[in-house]
Design a protein around this ligand. Structure first.
Ligand code: BES
Ligand code: MN
Ligand code: MN
Length: 455
C-alpha cells in the first residue's frame, strides 16, 4: 500500500476527533442567537487550515456570516482547484428527538451523530484530512488549492456571490470541487451533475385584528388558519400538479431517452423510501420516484402555525396564521419570476375577509452541467481507486445556491462528489455521517487531488 493510503488508514481516529471539535460549535446560520458561534466556527476552520500548512487562511467578514478563505499555491504548472463547502448548519430543533445532543458528537454503530456531521462539516473535513495527508506524506499538494467555506449556505448564500465576483481574478481556477451531495448507496459512489433550485416563501394571513373567543365570534368572521389551509390545499391538484398559473411554462420536458437513463440508474427506491418511512410514497402523477425528486419541480409546506398549539385545549379564533412554503425548481424555471406568479395567485386565492401577505425569503437557480464534461474523468479515476463500483451520474433534489454563480460568473466546470446517504437524517434530528463514507470519501478526495494533477 502506498504511503498516502497508509497515512489515511492510520489516522482515522484523529480524523473523527478533529471533525468532532468543529461539530461542537453550534454554527446555526438561521438563528440570530448563534451569530457568535458561527463566527467562532469560521475562526476555528481558519486555524485548522493554517495548522495544515495552507499558506493563507482568512476569515472574511460579510454583511452576514463570515467566509473562510484559504489557499496553497505551491504547485506551479499544475491545475488549480477551488474547493467550496459550508460550515453553517440547519437548526437542530426539535431537540427532544435527538438520542444524543446535536452538538455533542457521538459515535454509535460506526456512525458519527451530530448536526452538521454530513451536511456539510464532515464533508469539508474529508478535504481537510486529504490536505493533511498530502502535506505530511509529500510535503505539499499535487495541485494548487483555493478554499472557500461559507457560513450562509443553509440560509440562501446571500453574501457569497458578491465575494466571488469581487475576487473573480484572485479566485481563478481550473475546476470547482464540492462535496455536499450524496451517494446512491453505501458502496455506490455518485457524481452529481444537476441540482434543483429553490424559492422559499412565507405566507401570513390576517383575519380579525387579534385573537378572539371562538364561541363569541366563531362563525361571524373568517378564521385565518382555516383560510390559509384552504389556500394551501388549492396550490396542488388531485394529480399532485402545482396550480400556480404558468408554473410549468419553462420546465424542460423529460424525454424518452432521459427516462430510460433514469430507469437504468442503480437507484434503490425501496431503500430510499424505507429511510423515510411513510405508509406509501406519494407525488406527481405520471412520474417515478426518482423523477419526482430530480427532474420535476415541487411545492412543500415547511412549517404551518397559528392560534393555540400548547397542551390541552384553548377555544380561540386566531388573528393570524402563517406558513413557510418552498418550491424546488428545475431548469429553466426562474425563481424570481415564479415568486411573482405565486404571490399574485395567492392574492387571488385569498377571500376579501382576510389580508394575505407573501414574502420571498431566498431563492436559488436550478443548476445543470454537462454530465460528459472531461473534467469529471479525474473524479471517476479517483473513485475507481476506492470503490468497487463506478460512480453513477445523478441529478439531486436539493439545492446549492452558489453553483450557478460558479457556472455563470466563473465559467468553470464543477465536480460535485459527495458521500451522504439517504438515511443520514440531513436537516432532521439524529443527523449522522457513516464513518465508512467519511473515510472512503476522505480517500476519494485525496486521490482526486492526485488525479487532477494529471489533467
Ligand atoms: N447539502 C445540501 C444540498 C443537497 C441536499 C444536495 C440533498 C443534494 C442532496 C445543502 O446544504 C442544502 O441543504 N441546501 C439547501 C439550500 C437552501 C437553504 C437555499 C436546501 O437544499 O434546502
Ligand atoms: Mn450542504
Ligand atoms: Mn443543508
Amino acid at each position: 500500500m502506498d504511503a498516502l493510503s497508509r497515512y489515511l488508514d492510520e489516522n482515522q481516529d484523529r480524523f473523527v476527533a478533529n471533525l468532532g471539535e468543529a461539530l461542537r460549535i453550534p454554527s446555526v446560520s438561521a438563528q440570530p442567537e448563534h451569530q457568535q458561534d458561527v463566527k467562532r466556527c469560521a475562526e476555528h476552520l481558519a486555524d485548522r487550515l493554517r495548522a495544515l500548512g495552507m499558506t493563507r487562511a482568512d476569515v472574511v467578514p460579510t454583511s452576514g456570516h463570515p467566509i473562510v478563505y484559504g489557499e496553497w499555491l505551491g504547485a506551479p504548472g499544475k491545475p488549480t482547484a477551488l474547493l467550496y463547502g459550508h460550515y453553517d448548519v440547519q437548526p437542530p430543533e426539535p431537540l427532544e428527538l435527538w438520542k444524543t445532543p446535536p452538538f455533542e458528537p457521538t459515535v454509535r454503530d460506526g456512525k458519527l451523530f451530530a448536526r452538521g456531521a454530513v451536511d456539510d462539516k464532515g464533508q469539508v473535513f474529508m478535504h481537510l484530512n486529504a490536505i493533511e495527508a498530502h502535506m505530511k506524506i509529500h510535503g505539499g499538494l499535487p495541485i494548487n488549492l483555493k478554499v472557500v467555506i461559507e457560513g450562509e449556505e443553509e440560509v440562501g448564500s446571500d453574501n457569497l456571490e458578491k465575494f466571488l465576483v469581487e475576487r473573480r481574478s484572485e479566485l481563478d481556477a481550473d475546476v470547482i470541487v464540492v462535496s455536499d451531495t450524496a451517494m446512491l448507496g453505501p458502496d455506490q459512489p455518485a457524481l452529481c451533475y444537476a441540482l434543483r433550485g429553490i424559492l422559499y416563501t412565507e405566507i401570513e394571513v390576517q383575519g380579525p385584528a387579534g385573537d378572539l373567543h371562538s364561541g363569541h365570534y366563531g362563525g361571524a368572521v373568517a378564521n385565518p388558519a382555516n383560510v390559509l389551509s384552504a389556500m394551501i390545499a388549492a396550490l396542488k391538484d388531485g394529480d399532485g400538479r402545482i396550480t400556480v398559473p404558468g408554473f410549468y411554462d419553462k420546465v424542460r420536458k423529460v424525454t424518452a431517452a432521459d427516462r430510460e437513463m433514469y430507469r437504468n440508474l442503480p437507484f434503490d427506491e425501496a431503500t430510499y423510501l424505507a429511510a423515510a418511512g411513510p405508509p406509501e410514497p406519494a407525488g406527481e402523477k405520471g412520474y417515478t420516484t426518482l423523477e419526482r425528486i430530480t427532474v420535476r419541480p415541487t411545492l412543500d409546506v415547511n412549517g404551518i402555525w397559528g392560534g393555540y398549539t400548547g397542551p390541552g385545549a384553548k377555544t380561540v379564533l386566531p388573528g393570524l396564521a402563517h406558513a413557510k412554503v418552498s418550491m424546488r425548481l428545475v431548469p429553466d424555471q426562474d425563481p424570481d419570476e415564479i415568486f411573482e406568479r405565486f404571490e399574485a395567485y395567492l392574492h387571488k386565492l385569498a377571500p376579501s375577509s382576510v389580508r394575505a401577505r407573501v414574502t420571498n425569503h431566498h431563492t436559488a437557480l436550478p443548476f445543470i452541467m454537462d454530465p460528459a464534461h472531461p473534467m469529471l474523468d479525474a473524479a471517476r479515476r479517483a473513485l475507481a481507486r476506492v470503490w468497487s463500483k463506478p460512480p453513477a451520474m445523478v441529478r439531486e433534489g436539493g439545492s446549492i445556491p452558489v453553483m450557478t454563480t460558479f457556472q455563470r460568473t466563473h465559467g468553470l466546470p464543477c465536480i460535485l462528489m459527495g458521500f451522504g446517504l439517504d438515511d443520514d437524517q440531513v436537516h432532521a434530528p439524529n443527523e449522522k455521517f457513516s464513518l465508512s463514507s467519511y473515510f472512503g470519501g476522505t480517500k476519494s478526495v485525496a486521490f482526486l487531488y492526485e488525479e487532477l494533477s494529471r489533467t
